[in-house]
Design a protein around this ligand. Structure first.
Ligand code: GAR
Length: 200
């Protein structure tokens, strides 16, 4: 079975969408894949309870307990690698990853970002889209490379920016699309990977 490890920092709604898609879409049978673990850098991430309810092992690794980004990333890598993942999925994981971490998971590390990349990498994407007068906004699923929010694009969804939009209601409109495109992109990506994990 090919393991997917999902990393979260907050509400975990994208993680939940992927877990639901894996169950409803019978990923175990069809894709030989399962969500093996959900890891968070924050103990208060609401998504942890949801993963637990689905019988998925969860773990918290608090980045504040580590002296450096490299130390945290090395510890995170060790935890992730316990599951020998075919795929590592960032789902609202609000950490910049060190080059060594990204290199280790090259070709098997995905992210969802709440903008139409390459527009608005980084934070505050919705406020920036509104301030720029954009008529459209959206979300991007992409492979992660060392260049923050710039890896190869796998899927995008577009939503309108409506008159009077606040960052919060634009974020909600974008997020509902993330829930559609991220599970689809993960399934599609898995379908194109070798059926067996290199690590057995
Ligand atoms: C999502 O909108 C995701 O695109 C964004 O955080 C939110 C997490 O929501 N990610 C980033 O901004 C990464 N730079 P969720 O925890 O409910 O999935």
């Amino acid at each position: 079975m090919r393991n997917i490890v999902i990393l979260i920092s907050g509400s975990g709604s994208n993680m939940a969408a992927i877990v639901r898609a894996a169950e409803l879409g019978h990923w175990a049978e069809r894709l030989n894949a399962q969500v093996a673990a959900v890891l968070s850098n924050r103990a208060d991430a609401q998504g942890l309870a949801l993963a637990h309810d689905h019988g998925i092992p969860t773990q918290v690794l608090d980045h504040k307990a580590f002296a450096s980004r490299e130390d945290f990333d090395a510890a995170l890598k060790a935890e992730i690698d316990r599951y020998a993942p075919a795929l590592v999925v960032l789902a609202g994981f609000m950490r910049i990853l060190s080059p060594a971490f990204v290199a280790h998971y090259a070709g098997r590390l995905l992210n969802v970002h709440p903008s139409l990349l390459p527009a608005f990498p980084g934070l505050n994407t919705h406020q920036r889209a509104i301030d720029a007068g954009c008529r459209f906004a959206g979300a991007t699923v992409h492979q992660v490379t060392v260049d923050l929010d710039h890896g190869p694009i796998l899927a995008q969804a577009v939503v309108p920016v409506l008159p009077g939009d606040t960052p919060d209601n634009l974020a909600a409109r974008v997020l509902s699309q993330e829930h559609l495109i991220y599970p689809q992109a993960v399934a599609h990506f898995l379908a194109q990977l070798p059926m067996r994990s290199k690590r057995g």
